[in-house]
Design a protein. Sequence first.
Length: 89
Amino acid sequence: MKKIKIIFLSLVIGTGAIMLIEGCAATQAIADKSGAALWGENCIRCHNTPSPADFSDAQWETIGMHMRLRASLTKDETSKIVAFLQTGN
């Protein structure tokens, strides 16, 4: 019985370590992306993307807050996308 507990615990720790390592790699890959890349990958999933010049900087801020929730974006992703869209004005 003790061997089973040790094997189970080893599997749990090993799986957790793999998930942590892979999760960090994915997070870093996302962190390295530009606002333009994130915009292209995320926004077009649900609708046609508007031109950056279609809205003012203030409007992009509001749209960014709304879409962060709707699209499950991180704060960093949203900031990069909004900054990219604001440079198009």
